[in-house]
Design a protein around this ligand. Structure first.
Ligand code: PEP
Ligand code: MN
Length: 338
């Protein structure tokens, strides 16, 4: 249910309504908008009629059901876009955010070179996987804890915040110690124990769309994180499985304006996994910005031919620098900055 308070409701009144919601067995999520405060009461649907009694309170304007199955992720609860601060970077504001770096952390020189080069080209956040979800158990699985240390070193050297994937609930604490943003990969988008765990970790979460996940299922996955009291979820469209075999996945750019219509959460586009081919990355990056994305995540490797994962879709640093220049112009056409 959504409890809309009258404009001018005092802090004490907001607190009182929250207490009453808690006493009814729901968890209150307060969203302070520019004009009025809205409280989302989230919990088991069965007791929702009791919440209607709040309408009799002086400070309450209305109590209405949330119609969408996702509640806190929905525009019904919050119409203003969510902006997420990571160091000096804001994700979801007027300025686009670009995360870039290698698919996997492979070695100290590889990561530091990639980090310096993506920074020089204007990237805001460094990506790099230490724990890799590989289709084959014989493929490179990542440097694991050693990779996290290298990411922390790259952050110290460049000042770029870090986004990196976490695959298991047991690893959330150690990854959260080193990373600024916790990435949930496409293969784990419906790993509900993991979603609950990152919801508790107190760090922003980059939630990739699964390769066979509908937009509604994806937003319900975001809801798992939000419902734990973590409002900082960034969505990422990375391509879905279709019958088309000439690209690795089909980048579903419909998802960008659709998510914008349904949700206040920021959304990025990943043209690297979305295409699987480096020659296609720039075109689909531009298309992502034109579709209204809040930014991009792009794989960049100093020597893609030597990459231990996703070399064919990785850009060389010079290509990435060119992409950034064009992205600035497309961003301008969309009334955004980069
Ligand atoms: C990645 O970012 O390297 C990755 C594994 O992405 P996805 O989960 O989208 O496949
Ligand atoms: Mn990859």
């Amino acid at each position: 249910m959504i409890i809309v308070l009258k404009s001018g409701a005092s802090d004490a009144q907001v607190e009182d309504v929250c207490h009453r919601i808690t006493a009814m067995g729901y968890s209150p999520h307060t969203i302070r908008g520019a004009l009025r405060t809205v409280i989302g009461a989230v919990g088991d649907d069965r007791g929702k009629d009791a919440l209607r009694s709040l309408e009799s309170l002086e400070c309450v304007e209305s109590v209405t059901p949330i119609l969408k199955p996702f509640k806190l992720a929905s525009r019904e609860v919050r119409d203003e876009p969510t902006e997420i601060r990571v160091g000096d970077v804001t994700i979801g504001g007027k300025s686009l955010v670009v995360m870039a770096g290698p698919c996997s952390v492979e070695s100290r020189p590889q990561l530091l070179e990639a980090a310096e080069k993506v920074k020089a080209a204007g990237a805001h956040i460094l990506r790099g996987g230490a724990f890799k979800p590989r289709t084959s158990p014989y493929a490179f699985q990542g440097l694991e804890d050693e990779g996290l240390k290298l990411l922390a070193e790259a952050k110290r050297e460049t000042g770029l915040p870090i986004v990196t994937e976490v695959m298991e609930p047991e690893k959330v604490d150690i990854v959260a110690e080193h990373a600024d943003i916790l990435q949930i990969g496409a293969r784990n988008v419906q790993n509900f124990p993991l979603l609950r765990r990152v919801g508790d970790a107190g760090k922003p979460v980059l939630l990739k769309r699964g390769m066979a996940t509908t937009i509604q299922e994806w937003l319900l996955s975001a809801e798992y994180v939000l419902a734990r009291g973590n409002p900082n979820v960034i969505l990422c469209e990375r391509g879905i499985r279709t019958f088309e075999a000439s690209t690795r996945f089909t980048l579903d750019l419909n998802a960008v304006p659709t998510v914008k219509k349904l949700s206040h959460l920021p959304i990025l586009v990943d043209p690297s996994h979305g295409t699987g081919h480096w020659e296609l990355v720039e075109a689909m990056a531009m298309a992502g910005i034109a579709a209204g994305a809040d930014g991009l995540i792009i794989e960049v490797h100093p020597r893609p031919e030597e990459a231990l994962s996703d070399g064919p879709q990785s850009l060389k640093p010079e290509r990435f620098a060119r992409l950034m220049q064009r992205a600035r112009r497309v961003a301008g056409a969309m009334d955004r900055d980069l």
